[in-house]
Ligand binder design. Sequence first.
Ligand code: 5GP
Length: 132
Amino acid sequence: MATIFTKIIQGEIPCYKIAENDTHIAFLDINPVAEGHSLVVPKKEVDYLFDLSDSHFAETMLFAKKIARAMDETLKPIRTGIILDGREVPHAHIHLVPIYKSTQSVSLGKKNDVSKERMKEIAKIISAGVKL
Ligand code: 5GP
């Protein structure tokens, strides 16, 4: 079954569209955490962003950069933040959130307290898995 974002891409469901090309679309999040909160979506129906091929992922990030730049120039936030969640809609997307003085938080959830020791340990564990 098509995802809700595929339905938006196909024009079956309306959206506040910002921009579109052959492979990507950007539109406003229907439940914004800040004014201008946008979603950048590859048209290819893939659940997890990091499952995209390297070249497709790079294209997605470059498309997101263009949208973020446009948000910076037009909305004049302090800067634009970027978040990847994806637990609600199983179609890869990037959240772009303008950060204003009044923005309460750019996180989509509650922060967890992790000790410095554990942070070090986790960084080491992840680092050991990196293949450059
Ligand atoms: P995530 O999957 O990253 O946790 O969250 C999906 C995001 O998509 C949410 O912030 C939600 O508000 C947004 N969203 C869900 N359905 C729609 C929709 O039909 N239209 C738009 N514009 N945004 C949606």
